[in-house]
Design a protein around this ligand. Structure first.
Ligand SMILES: Cc1cc2nc3c(=O)[nH]c(=O)nc-3n(C[C@H](O)[C@H](O)[C@H](O)COP(=O)(O)O)c2cc1C
Length: 305
């Protein structure tokens, strides 16, 4: 079935992406220059590092380690605060689509941060409701369906750009949380953030990371992420974005076939560099031509049929 015109363009609700792969939040997206580099390498958009209201130093070292099949990090959401981050947005936004990731302790903080991201030129805002290693933030609020609905609807009232909610796999209620995002008016769900995890050093008889536990990412989490996207596709009707363990076109295709309209790459960008986007795009295009998929849209959710 070769020869078909193959389109990598995709739509996540009102957000049009010329290429379906984005840089996941927290990986080479802290400066305007690095975000521009990602866009040039073939990312359809870049999600910024999660930004809060005030500067935050993050956790002490060691806060990152490699494990078999992936990484465990407990960065603790280090960031310069939203005011200082404006300079990075000013540099990156003219070069392509930048999604502003934000984290807050309550609905009011999320709404304020999202409003700033809109003012700074973000094409969408991604709510980090899922970081597993920052006390009082992220996953601690992202596993309560009522709170999730309140946060999403407060942000929807505050901005006119699309609102995406990034969810944690560390829950037995992902379906209820997905529905809460939808009920709150959310435009898309991003799944998954890292899995809560730990490494112990046998020599020191202590957890390796200063924070003791962290979040597992990379190939080890992919099958969990694909299953979460598959489940969410059967539960909600808003668009899905897949993330977790993608390092080649086959991984990306799995998420799309599970129901994702776009995908994000984190750990593999850190490991292999931005060129990974060109490789994934070429591989996907070839596969789509060989198997008769004329568009990303035509591949979304086919594993359910
Ligand atoms: C070093 C590091 C920092 C991260 N920082 C953030 C962050 O600030 N906000 C967020 O929502 N996710 C963050 N993540 C999670 C990633 O965006 C992604 O959801 C996760 O790593 C799974 O994708 P991957 O296997 O492709 O890395 C971080 C991940 C890593 C490895």
């Amino acid at each position: 079935m070769g020869g078909t015109m193959t389109e990598l363009r995709t739509e996540v609700g009102k957000t049009v992406l010329e290429l379906p792969g984005m840089v996941a939040s927290g990986i080479m997206d802290e400066t305007g220059a690095s975000m521009v580099r990602m866009l040039r390498a073939g990312a359809g958009a870049v999600v910024t590092k999660s930004i809060g209201l005030v500067p935050k130093p993050g956790h002490d070292n060691p806060c990152f380690t490699e494990v078999k099949g992936g990484f465990i990090n407990a960065m603790g959401l280090p960031n310069p605060g939203i005011e200082l981050f404006k300079a990075e947005m000013d540099e990156a936004v003219p070069h392509g689509k930048i999604v502003g990731s934000v984290f807050g302790a309550n609905a009011g903080e999320f709404a304020e941060l999202a409003g700033k991201m809109e003012d700074y030129g973000a094409c969408a805002v991604e709510l980090n409701l899922s970081c597993p290693h920052a006390k009082g933030y992220g996953m601690e609020i992202g596993i309560d369906p009522e709170l999730v609905k309140d946060i999403v609807s407060a942000v929807k009232d505050a901005v006119s750009i699309p609102v995406w909610a990034k969810l944690t796999p560390n829950t037995h209620m992902l379906d209820r949380i997905g529905l809460a995002v939808q009920d709150g008016g959310g435009d898309a769900i991003v799944a998954i953030n890292t899995l809560k995890a730990m490494v112990i050093s046998p020599e020191f008889a202590r957890p390796f990371l200063s924070n003791r536990f962290g979040g597992l990412s990379g190939p080890a989490v992919r099958a969990v992420g694909v299953r979460d996207v598959y489940d969410l596709y059967e539960t909600v009707s808003i668009p899905l974005i897949g993330v977790g363990g993608i390092s080649d076109w086959r991984d990306a295709a799995q998420y799309i076939m599970a129901g994702a309209r776009a995908f994000q790459v984190g750990s593999a960008v850190a490991k292999d560099g931005p060129e990974i986007f060109g490789k994934i795009n070429r591989g996907l295009k070839e596969f789509m031509m060989d198997y008769g998929y004329g568009s990303i849209e035509s591949m979304v959710g086919v594993a359910h049929e």
